[in-house]
Design a protein around this ligand. Structure first.
Ligand SMILES: Cc1cc2nc3c(=O)[nH]c(=O)nc-3n(C[C@H](O)[C@H](O)[C@H](O)COP(=O)(O)OP(=O)(O)OC[C@H]3O[C@@H](n4cnc5c(N)ncnc54)[C@H](O)[C@@H]3O)c2cc1C
Length: 314
């Protein structure tokens, strides 16, 4: 792990603040920025246009002692009803660069995974089809090594660039990232921001054939997953070697269980849906009930896949 760059120009904070204050919104609602549509407000929210903005915002957070949070498409987070203190960097519309460099494809952290998958199709390379149905961004996908249909991001990833709160830019390879099932080194460094990732274009294939495979995978997902888009996907990780979390939750009798507007899907028990105005407190209570019952009845400790903010960054 080599720092490539240390951001340390002698720019006085006052000048930074003057440029950057237009970027920061105060008391901004976060629920609409998540797929679950749950959570309070961000004390401060900023959407950096480029890496330079990222450095300035990180430096400002450091100077002010503001806790720093990252949000992509909000498809794997449960934001507390009390919202988030400090500064939240919203990346869903930032860092959108997507360019081919020879036999690799480089994507900014904010690029949606379906867009990455479509770009690979257009270039005539397979291996990215499984990403087409995952509604997240590249940066968050690296952090959790997203996967579907037996494939994970690790299979196509070449390297990533990460910005640290110490204002260093690190380049990390997959072995350095320690990618595993829904895990990576980045879980231990929640304030490291993935800014860009590079992917191998290794398997040339006809665009028609790739498109057909992608369409088949998406159709398959539709048969298995609930139609209600207000979820975070799978709430719990699948336990190693055992039945899938959804099966365990179903066996514990939770399909259709409701707490306020938080409802366990009847189609896929590892999905909790927001049927209206569910709160984070309701979802957390439902998750705790599920964990307790699955442990009691089947002796399996279910581990959370969804990230709780701010708790998981404490
Ligand atoms: C309907 C549905 C289906 C899904 N299917 C799948 C699936 O098949 N497979 C799968 O693996 N996941 C799946 N997911 C979960 C989710 O889409 C992925 O985990 C995705 O990578 C999250 O991306 P995001 O941009 O929404 O991240 P967010 O939810 O915004 O953030 C998730 C975490 O990543 C951090 N983060 C965000 N951006 C960065 C960054 N640039 N650098 C470092 N940390 C960052 C956040 O702080 C947070 O801790 C599904 C979700 C939904 C709603």
């Amino acid at each position: 792990m080599r720092p490539l760059f240390i951001y340390g120009d002698p720019m006085p904070s006052k000048i930074i603040l003057k440029n950057i204050s237009q970027l920061i919104l105060e008391n901004h609602p976060l629920a609409p920025l998540t797929t679950w549509r749950i959570g309070g407000t961000a004390a401060r929210l900023a959407a950096p246009a480029d890496l330079e903005d990222v450095w300035k915002l990180m430096r400002l957070a450091q100077e002010r002692g503001w806790p720093l949070f990252f949000l992509g498409r909000g498809s794997n987070v449960l934001i507390d009803d009390a919202g988030l203190p400090g500064l939240t960097l919203h990346l869903a519309k930032s860092l959108q660069n997507l360019t081919r460099h020879g036999d690799t494809l480089r994507a900014g952290a904010g690029v949606p995974l379906p867009r990455l998958a479509q770009a690979a199709v257009r270039l005539g390379f397979s291996g990215f089809e499984f990403l087409a149905g995952i509604p997240g961004t590249v940066g968050a996908a690296v952090r959790l090594n997203v996967g579907a249909e037996g494939q994970t991001l690790a299979g196509v990833l070449k390297r990533v660039w990460v910005a640290t709160p110490q204002l260093q830019l690190l380049e990390l390879t997959p072995p350095e990232l320690g990618l595993g099932y829904r895990t990576s080194l980045l879980l231990n460094f929640p304030h490291w921001l993935v800014v860009e990732a590079e992917f191998n274009l290794a398997h040339p294939a006809g665009p028609e054939a790739i498109r057909d495979r992608m369409a088949a995978l998406i159709a398959q997902r539709k048969t298995r997953q609930p139609a209600n888009p207000r979820s975070c996907g799978s709430v719990f990780k699948n336990p190693p070697g055992g039945p899938a979390a959804g099966r365990l939750i179903e066996a514990a009798g939770f399909k259709g269980r409701r707490l306020g507007d938080a409802v366990v899907s009847r189609k896929h028990a590892n999905f909790i849906l927001n049927h209206g105005h569910a709160t984070a407190a309701q979802v957390k209570a439902l998750m705790a009930d599920i964990q307790a019952k699955v442990w009691q009845t089947q002796g399996v400790a279910l581990e959370r896949e969804v990230v709780w903010l701010p708790e998981d960054l404490a």
